[in-house]
Design a protein around this ligand. Structure first.
Ligand code: ADP
Length: 355
């Protein structure tokens, strides 16, 4: 295999199109129609029915609650729904809605039956959440005009709309808010076959060819997450392009993943550091999420939303009420020997494993 000269010039070749961060150029890869959205079959089937029924009645679709780890397609699905309904799409995130007037401004400018997407809906301020209740239920808003004794409340009618609320933390959304959503979409990590299909679709859009074996290897390193899949595919394209390969091969994927320090289970350096930290500093666990996050220099949110779902899915980490535990698989994967000391939680409660 050719060696690559990583000069400034090489880097320019890699990202010639624009200075924009890559994610904002991702629109080309983002499916726009329901049948371009791969995976999550049961959810898609139900949504297709609800969309068809709402269209027949010329009504807005019921409010949608979208939950699941980041990068699984919550935003994409909300956009697709707007496309399929033939309505406008407006997007914001809960932290951006600082004042009630921010919400009022958006709601009053929504077009008929529009989809209004709020990301991180678990982070809504209580006074904004209250306002949303009435808007969701009655398509009306109470709005206070003026200040002091002269202040008066005005009731504003709204056009019917669909609120699409997305969150990685369904448990942190209040039950009054949850109960106002009529449709719930729970995104789970993708099957390998779906990830392979996404790789082939994205490769075709990017105009690159990829061997079957290369696609398979890449799919096992994608954390079952389309956003990661697309990111890795773009990196593999970079490596193949600079090495002037006509197509992405198994060998170039292997080499590329090595360079990115991604191992055969798809773990990145930080995933391994989390496991190593639990094992080496906390005797295999249990260790609380906050303690662990502080030790890693990461936020609890990042730890819980991005790293943990995959570590749990691969059976390397367990979440227990007393904290996080590295499983025997984690020891094996990191090649760390388990030494039995009486009373270990990592041994399934039978004895204490330590290193
Ligand atoms: P989330 O909102 O859950 O964080 P996004 O909707 O932003 O995730 O998805 C991240 C990216 O992954 C999208 O830009 C899109 O390119 C890709 N993607 C997500 N789901 C799918 C899918 N089912 N099929 C193909 N690509 C997908």
């Amino acid at each position: 295999m050719k060696t690559v000269d990583w000069t400034e010039e090489t880097r320019d070749i890699l990202h010639p199109e624009t200075d924009l961060p890559e994610d904002s150029r991702d629109y080309a890869l983002r499916p726009a129609k329901l049948d371009e959205f791969l995976g999550q079959a049961a959810m898609k089937e139900n949504l297709a029915i609800f969309i068809a029924a709402a269209r027949q009645r010329a009504e807005s679709l019921d409010h949608l609650f979208l939950t699941g780890p980041p990068g699984l397609g919550k935003t994409t699905m909300a956009r697709i729904i707007a496309n399929e309904m033939g309505v406008d799409f407006t997007e914001t995130s809960a932290p951006a809605l600082e004042k009630a007037k921010d919400l009022v401004g958006i709601l009053t400018s929504l077009k008929q039956n529009a989809v209004f997407f709020i990301d991180e809906i678990h982070r809504l301020r209580p006074e904004i959440e209250e306002k949303l209740y009435m808007a969701m239920e009655d398509y009306e808003l109470d709005f206070i005009i003026g200040q002091g004794p002269g202040a008066r409340t005005m009731r504003l009618p709204l056009k019917p709309f669909t609120l699409a609320g997305a969150t990685t933390k369904a448990g942190m959304v209040s039950s009054p808010l949850i109960s106002r959503f009529g449709i719930s979409c729970r995104f789970s990590l993708y099957e390998s076959a779906d990830i392979e299909a996404i790789i082939r679709r994205s490769a075709a859009i990017l105009g690159i060819s990829i061997d079957d074996e290369a696609a398979r290897l890449l799919s096992t390193s994608s954390r079952y997450t389309p956003r990661v899949t697309n990111r890795l595919l773009r990196r593999m394209r970079d490596y193949a392009q600079v090495q002037k390969l006509p197509s992405i091969t198994r060998e170039s994927v292997r080499d590329g993943l090595n360079r990115l320090e991604i191992d055969e289970l798809g773990l990145e350096r930080l995933d391994r550091e989390i496991l190593r930290m639990i094992i080496e500093r906390y005797g295999g666990g249990p260790v609380g999420a906050e303690t662990l996050a502080i030790s890693m220099g990461e936020s609890v949110d990042t730890l819980e939303d991005f790293y943990e779902p995959y570590l749990i899915q691969t059976g390397l980490l367990q979440r227990t009420p007393r904290g996080r535990i590295a499983t025997s698989l984690a020891y094996k994967h990191l090649n760390i020997e388990m030494t039995r000391i009486a009373g270990s939680p990592a041994a399934g409660g039978a004895g204490l494993f330590n290193i």
